[in-house]
Design a protein around this ligand. Structure first.
Ligand code: 5GP
Length: 209
């Protein structure tokens, strides 16, 4: 198992079914914490309108992705909705060692790999209020065909049970409230005593002398 010690950057792993509002919530979270960096994944899917290479994703073709898998360049990777996505091992280890908190917006398969292969990670699952609302949001988005929407809803029914092993569940019933819950989680995790024992160094205690 790869080891990342408590003194190193925190890995926040956020998953959600498509349409739960994860992308916008992650963006808000990064905007709220200037010292929280969002990981940029590698992806084989087509670039959407308004997306930029190296900003939203590192867009690569399937052959490039395959050879990166063979060279063990990914901390995790998975096939999601018919495309491949992966997190660079180098950037994940670089952030951890540099004391940088990293936000990973990845699916459940990838999150499970991180949980199994790394010793740290704060796992957050964003839930829609219910399936009906999820479907309504996917249809209102207007960016996907009926086929794609059906596939995403079917995936949601497989993904939501995975939420049981995450550390935190955040219901996106109201965007501002969900954002505040995420901010509270990041703040609380940063205050954990096991990450902050060094703060006690300047204090002396009875019995230490
Ligand atoms: P989209 O194509 O809509 O941007 O993302 C589709 C899904 O892929 C989302 O659930 C997103 O969290 C997931 N995803 C994005 N990057 C990664 C990654 O690096 N690894 C894994 N496992 N999933 C990812």
């Amino acid at each position: 198992m790869n080891k990342i010690s408590a003194a190193e950057g925190i890995l926040f792993v956020v998953s959600a079914p498509s349409g739960a509002g994860k992308t916008s919530l992650c963006r808000e979270l990064v905007d709220s914490f200037p010292d929280l960096r969002q990981s940029i994944s590698f992806a084989t899917r087509k670039r959407r309108h308004g997306e930029a290479d190296g900003v939203d994703y590192h867009f690569v073709d399937s052959d490039t992705f395959r050879s990166m898998v063979d060279q063990k360049q990914f901390a995790e990777w998975a096939e999601v909705h018919g495309n491949y996505y992966g997190t660079s091992l180098q950037s994940l280890e670089g952030a951890a060692k540099g004391g940088i908190d990293l936000l990973l917006d990845i699916d459940c398969q990838g999150a499970a790999q991180i949980k199994n292969n790394f010793q740290q990670g704060v796992f957050i699952f964003i839930l829609p209020p219910d399936y009906e609302e999820l479907e309504k949001r996917l249809r209102h988005r207007g960016t996907e065909t009926d086929d794609v929407i059906e596939r995403r809803l079917a995936n949601a029914r497989k993904e939501i049970p995975e939420a049981r092993w995450y550390d935190y569940l955040v219901v996106n019933d109201n965007f501002q409230a969900a954002r505040d819950r995420l901010i509270a989680i990041v703040t609380a995790e940063r205050c954990r005593s096991d990450r902050n024992v060094h703060l006690l160094d300047k204090f002396t205690f009875e019995g230490d002398k």
